[in-house]
Write a new protein. Structure first.
Ligand code: GLY
Ligand code: MN
Length: 461
């Protein structure tokens, strides 16, 4: 964990923003896989980590905005636990690390909440995303557990988002470490991307790197020669020459800060002319969008910039036609790039997504579009210094989508459907980096990961 001052300062800031009532943070508990004692890899709740730092199951934290006091609730280990998991620090000792002196066993939490309810005090909590947390909240607050998400506090959501969006120096250092782990994962994947190798071999090897160097992967690895499926988690193919492998993978550090990097590698390490043609278009969208990244410019503007680069590249190759600006405004490019340019990243790889994407990336003035493609943009507002974003344009040949649009005659004026057939073996290409918004511009985080055709070919060789 960070030094206790980091957590003390964050809680003080939240006290200032919230002023009255309580905030209840339920840390994650162990989640059983196939029977109660056989659990999934433990991942602490990111908001609990942010304010209390304790990476241990079975904890809760309460901030009382009226008294200014914070308290941590958990049970000390008894002998029954110790013989299985070894001696553990007491809750008091652990709470001290996050700068909290006031602790109590978990049953006391019920009393505190009961007392607050009887006095009609506002009990703020964030939207729960796990069944266990919904049950605990439902039971404490005497509400239907299925309703807990809708009963979450908008004031607390907004206050937390305003804090977690702006990354502190210690957080940026962690994210850089996470990108450095991703460097090792991606360079290893590139070197293994050879004819006859099974995707699963590469997937398992790079997942091992994430575990060996940090807290494991920041999301389930996407690795496939069928990169046209945006989130392809099936790894059963044997690599064949002529295909390209999309690897979208990131790591968490031991403190759970994320990276999220995508690279696309030709099987065998040498690009064909056709692969180069599409790759260069995506690379240009990635590098030009990064170059333009600075405070004040919006993620939506950069998304359009990247889409226009994709559309004009496709026009040069004869796959699209007509006016590029008109095509992108109409949404025709989304046949090839149906997703948004990027998302915030931090303690969560899609940072704070559990708090509600529309609270993070949109507001009363900046509304989410319902146009196919643009609707998937997770953040549309202007960048601020301290934001960390992914920049991840892509170009995909999705057979089902192409067939559908072709049959409907959709955007016939902008798309040369007859030319697409000869490009289907490309599958998909995506190139993604992690970028910090600085005072005047940006910084691409971590050790640069091979990205140009020359760099990728040379690593593979
Ligand atoms: N890396 C997967 C995603 O951003 O959705
Ligand atoms: Mn991403």
């Amino acid at each position: 964990m960070f030094k206790s001052e980091v957590y003390i300062k964050r809680r003080e800031e939240l006290h200032k923003k919230m002023k009255t009532g309580l905030a209840l943070f339920i840390g994650n508990s162990e989640a059983p896989m196939n029977y109660p004692a056989n659990t999934y890899h433990f991942r602490q709740d990111s908001d609990f980590l942010y304010f209390f730092g304790l990476d241990i199951p079975g904890f809760a934290g309460v901030m009382d905005f009226d008294s200014g006091k914070d308290r941590i609730f958990s049970n000390d280990c008894d002998m029954g636990n110790i013989i299985w998991i070894g001696p553990q620090p007491t809750v008091k000792e652990l709470a001290f690390k996050s700068g909290v002196t006031n602790t109590a066993p978990l049953p006391k939490l019920e009393e505190i909440i009961k007392d607050a309810l009887s006095k009609n005090r506002k009990i703020n909590f964030l939207p729960p995303y796990r069944g266990e947390t919904k049950m605990i909240l439902g039971s404490l607050l005497k509400e239907n557990p299925c309703q807990m998400k809708t009963l979450a506090s908008v004031d607390l959501i907004k206050a937390v988002i305003s804090m977690r969006s702006i990354k502190e120096k210690v957080e940026i250092e962690e994210i850089e470490k996470a990108v450095d782990i991703a460097y090792d994962m991606h360079v290893t994947a590139m070197k293994m991307c050879k004819q006859g190798v099974k995707e699963q071999d590469i997937f398992g090897t790079i997942e091992g790197i994430a575990l060996a160097k940090g807290g494991g992967t920041s999301f389930p690895i996407i690795l496939s020669v069928n990169g046209q499926t945006l989130h392809n988690h099936a790894h059963g193919n044997i690599l064949k020459k002529g295909r390209m492998m999309v690897t979208d993978a990131g790591a968490e550090t031991n403190l759970h800060y994320s990276s999220d990097i995508t690279r696309t590698t030709p099987v065998g390490g040498k690009f064909s002319q056709q692969q180069k043609d599409i790759y260069e278009i995506v690379l240009k969208a990635n590098t030009e969008a990064i170059k333009a990244t600075r405070p004040g410019i919006s993620n939506r503007d950069l998304h359009f910039m990247a889409c226009k680069i994709i559309a004009s590249g496709m026009k040069e190759l004869g796959l699209m036609k007509g006016d590029v600006d008109e095509a992108v405004t109409a949404g025709a490019h989304a046949l090839f790039m149906p997703h948004g340019l990027g998302h915030m990243m931090g303690l969560d790889v899609h940072d704070m997504e559990a708090l509600g994407e529309n609270f993070i990336g949109y507001n009363d003035e900046v509304k989410r579009s319902d146009q196919f493609g643009l609707a998937f943009l997770r953040f549309a507002m202007p960048y601020k210094q301290g934001h960390v974003f992914t920049v991840e344009p892509g170009c995909y040949f999705i057979p089902e989508l192409i067939e559908k649009w072709k049959a409907e005659g959709k955007f016939r004026e902008f798309i040369n459907f007859s030319k697409i057939d000869s490009y289907m073996s490309i599958g998909g290409i995506r190139i993604e980096d992690d970028v910090l918004i600085t005072d005047k511009g940006h910084k691409v985080l971590g050790k640069p990961i091979p990205k140009t055709i020359k760099e990728v070919e040379s690593i593979c060789a």
